[in-house]
Design a protein around this ligand. Structure first.
Ligand code: SAM
Length: 245
């Protein structure tokens, strides 16, 4: 199997951050395990080393930049949830780089979650927790609601739906990072409105291009400023069928 490039200089230039030797080893192992898992499960179509590095690893880390080298740097022990984690992105890289964090990987597909549970064991990442469930159900569970400092969500649905999945799980003061490709003024208006209904506030939109293929990306940071009303998230399927804005 091909090795994953680490592109340490690119990481330094774009994230002002470098992985430790142990983290470099973990990235390599993650790539090999995902390739192996892909033989049984449809985890990702991005299997070429450069593609994997840019679209999975770098992209996952880019959304965490404030916690790696920016305004939130140095915060330890974060409680993180990755909603609709699929093959583990961005949650598994988050577990590798955020100091003392615990990371809950949540997905509704049992097979993917079983794979991630095994992956966490073979990479020896005890900070990872896994849960097979729908975000709409988990967001109404007492032991999960209002609990997380950071909610990550990539490629799960429209931004307003993502906000309805994320905000109930955050404690007041926590942040949701919505990983998006393109981003339009219409989406931003809808998200602002939905966030307000959910007790959130759009904090900032981080626009950038990926370092190898110059693809457009946005990370939307929404901060929870008030309790989310009890009716959110609405029952399974409703956030998608009847988006908030
Ligand atoms: N986040 C990963 C990534 O970016 O590579 C996977 C994205 S994949 C396109 C979407 C994932 O979200 C699927 O694994 C699906 O099972 C999960 N998903 C969709 N709706 C969900 C929900 N309401 N609750 C939990 N998981 C959900």
């Amino acid at each position: 199997m091909a090795d994953l490039p680490l592109n340490l200089e690119l990481l330094q230039d774009t994230l002002q951050w470098q992985p430790s030797p142990q983290q470099q080893l973990l990235f390599q192992k993650l790539y090999q395990e995902i390739l192996a898992g892909n033989q049984q499960l449809n985890l990702t179509r991005l299997t070429e080393p450069d593609e994997f590095w840019e679209k999975h690893l770098w992209d996952s880390l880019r959304g965490l930049q404030p916690w790696l080298s920016g305004s939130q740097q140095g915060k330890r022990g974060l409680s993180v949830v990755d909603i609709g984690t699929g093959g583990g992105f961005p949650g598994v890289p988050a577990a590798m780089v955020l100091a003392d964090a615990t990371v809950m990987l949540l997905d509704s597909t049992r097979k993917k979650v079983s794979f991630l549970t095994q992956l966490a064991a073979s990479l020896e990442l005890p900070s990872i927790r896994t849960l097979t469930a729908r975000a709409e159900v988990v967001g109404q569970q007492k032991q999960q609601r209002d609990r997380y400092d950071l909610a990550l969500i990539r490629a799960v649905g429209p931004a307003t739906v993502c906000a309805e999945y994320c905000l109930p799980l955050l404690q007041v003061g926590g942040t949701a990072v919505l990983y998006r490709g393109q981003w339009s003024p219409e989406e931003e208006t809808a998200l602002r409105q939905a966030a307000q209904e959910l007790g959130g506030k759009l904090d900032h939109v981080d626009a950038f291009v990926t370092p190898l293929t110059q693809s457009t990306r946005h990370c939307i940071h929404v901060v929870k400023v008030a309790e989310t009303p009890a009716q959110f998230p609405r029952p399974v399927g409703i956030p998608v069928q009847k988006p908030l804005a």
